[in-house]
Design a binder for this molecule. Structure first.
Ligand code: CA
Length: 439
């Protein structure tokens, strides 16, 4: 699946796309939903290129496109990313090739399409498509072990973990886009020595570092998706911060799993990086020696050879005090998606294995992607060793959980020798104080 659009030497006629650390070089071409800030225009689909956006509503009429590509472009010009996500992977790839040809240095389309660019600094972004359903998995085994130890010291990993891709049904309506403010939720809190819970603002607010998969073509109810077909149903990826109220969670999570501890907000990065853009960063899916191999319905030759992905992940934190003093955010951890215990194909195929129908635009979170080392933790719960050891920040502040005014920024990029770096853009949000007088 590697072709000329992955050539690391290819450059765009948009100069900012050619900078070495650019998130959106011509090899990336992610889709997002935007409008010009301060204008009352309809939301429209665009493609990020360097620090610009190619407005596909304008480009559909200003550019010259071949007929098969025009069909896809028409959906996108109408602002309907879901319709494009539903199209076959071959059609999606054909548009990637057409956009690459239009934006590459020396393209005869440069003159016509220059007028279709908008600076990213001049727009506001929205959740990129209709997310009908959101499921969050639990594929980060180092997170599962670390958190399991806090709740069940003698039995951190439940016996089903190495057989079943564990997940829960999340809440799609409260998914927001990077740049949002997240209000501290209220809920039932019960300290271990108290007789009864109280209803109060969450005191143990946390983030979770995750990636997420957008489903492409759906499957009919009752018709599972075999592993060999899973890739045909995958559209692209974004970053996901699965905000978590740990005190609500501890009190409510048994017996049915997370509910109000998670459903008050989830933040995603605005750009959908396609599976095609990530093709050079696939790697082998391997199980540690002694661990069970996946059951046959979760196994395929392609998954074994290319199922996993090498994507570097980072978490950055800026407190209100740091912002007031003009201090930049600090990186508090880094990790990598290749540590995940299950692949995207296994998540998707398992999800549909009971006949559950997936729809274009559905979102599947990976779960918290902590690495094997303590400083690779993807949540404050882990970074603070279960609240026993506060995280120290360079300005002398400490954190066990998030405080009002804290801005959490997730970042991700795929990098390797012989390929152009593919970035995801920021997934940032700021915690604001709980509503008053809810009790
Ligand atoms: Ca999660």
């Amino acid at each position: 699946m590697i072709d000329h659009t992955h050539d690391p030497a290819a450059c765009a006629w948009v100069a900012s796309a050619n900078e070495a650390q650019a998130d959106f070089p011509i090899q990336n071409l992610p889709y997002g939903l935007f409008r010009r800030a301060g204008h009352n225009e309809s939301w429209r689909v665009g493609v990020a290129i360097g620090d610009q956006i190619l407005d596909l509503r304008l480009a559909a009429s200003a550019g010259r496109w071949e007929t098969p590509v025009e069909v896809s472009l028409q959906d996108l010009a109408n602002g309907d990313l879901n319709a494009f996500m539903a199209r076959p992977r071959a059609a999606q790839r054909a548009l990637r090739h057409a956009l690459f040809a239009a934006l590459v240095e020396g393209s005869p389309q440069q003159k016509a399409l220059s007028a279709c660019l908008v600076a990213q600094s001049a727009v506001e972004m929205a959740v990129p498509c209709r997310i009908g359903d959101y499921t969050d998995f639990y594929t980060g085994i180092h997170h599962a072990v670390a958190v399991g130890k806090l709740f069940r010291p003698d039995n951190p990993l439940l016996p089903n973990y190495k057989w079943v891709p564990i997940g829960y049904h999340g809440r799609a309506s409260s998914i927001g886009v990077s740049g949002q403010q997240v209000r501290r939720p209220w809920g039932q809190l019960k300290s271990p020595d108290a007789d009864a819970p109280v209803f109060a603002p969450c005191k143990r607010l946390d983030y979770e570092l995750e990636l997420a998969l957008f489903v492409g073509a759906g499957n009919a109810l009752g018709e599972p998706v075999a592993m060999a077909q899973a890739e045909a149903h995958m559209f692209g990826m974004c970053l996901l911060n699965d905000w978590s109220a740990r005190d609500l969670q501890a009190w409510e999570y048994q017996p049915l799993g997370p509910f109000l501890a998670k459903s008050f907000a989830s933040t995603i990065s605005p750009w959908i990086v396609t599976l095609d853009a990530l093709a050079p960063f696939r790697c082998a899916f391997e199980r540690p020696e002694g661990d069970p191999q996946p059951l046959p319905y979760l196994d395929s030759a392609q998954n074994r050879s290319h199922g996993a992905m090498d994507i570097e992940l980072e978490v950055w934190l800026q407190t209100a005090a740091m912002r007031e003093q003009g201090q930049a955010a600090v990186r508090v951890s880094r990790s990598n998606f290749r540590h995940a215990y299950w692949t995207l194909a296994q998540m998707l195929s398992h999800h549909a294995s009971n006949g559950c129908n997936l729809q274009p635009g559905d979102l599947m979170g990976t779960g918290t992607l902590s690495g094997p080392n303590a400083d690779e933790a993807g949540s404050l719960l882990e970074l603070s060793a279960g609240s026993k050891q506060a995280l120290k920040l360079p300005n002398g502040e400490t954190r066990i959980f998030l405080q009002d005014g804290d801005t959490v920024t997730l970042r991700a990029a795929a990098e390797r020798a012989g390929a152009r770096r593919i970035g995801f853009g920021d997934c940032a949000a700021t915690v604001v104080a709980a509503a008053v007088g809810q009790a």
